[in-house]
Design a binder for this molecule. Sequence first.
Ligand code: BTN
Length: 262
Amino acid sequence: MEIQPNFNFTQFDIKLETETIGRNFLYFNEINSTNAVLLDKSSKHINGTVVFAEKQKSGKGRFNNSWESEKGQNLTFSILLNIDKNLKDKLNLLNLGTAQVLASTLESLFQLQVEVKWPNDILIKKKKAAGILVETVSVGSVIKKAVIGIGLNVNQTLFAGEYNYPPTSLRLELSQAIEREKVLAEFLNSFEELLWKIKNKPSLILQSWREKCDMIGEKICLNQNGKLKYGVFDDIDENGQLMLRTEEGIKIINYGDVRVVH
Ligand code: BTN
């Protein structure tokens, strides 16, 4: 199949089956960060808006890391959600659920085995194929909007620089070029279903997430801003927080970077 140098909106739109998510679609050739566009307090984008960029000049990762992605090769985009009363206590579920839905989308499109790493990294054969950054907009102490930013390595084959986790892409794993439009549309279709599940069947999300996490039961090291904690990854609780079994008992963890130790 011939891969278009630029994102083909028509191809994407044919496959998009959502009611809200991605119906307002903003395409940028180059922008600082798709998350930043939606976080801008003066902007008035509607619920479900998707901002897509061929290139981000300052793509953001978790823990103030940058997110590097070669122009025109990958999927770097953000989704805007209004936070109503149904979603306000469920942002962790949104975080884990987004990872689970992305992993499932890749598995069903490409028959790949995809793993989630708490809370929301996507690994293929222990290498990082995608990252998710959820940021919020508050008025006073009330969260009004969430921006779910996703970077998925699709057709990039060379990754220069230093990475915490070795990177990979769909193309590297499948040895063929991948149509980005189809991946994005299928993901957004499932993401809209995720919103329904968060409100109506949250336990299903947690269960599907657990099934894709290979770290449960493993001895891990948790890094919280340079402070290390060791223990066993016991489980996730009903809010998606990590339950770390230590000598002092179970500790509930809501942020940090985890890795298996041997
Ligand atoms: C991570 O560190 O794993 C999260 C990476 C998130 C990157 C995406 S790319 C699209 C969106 N815009 C950003 O600036 N960051 C997110």
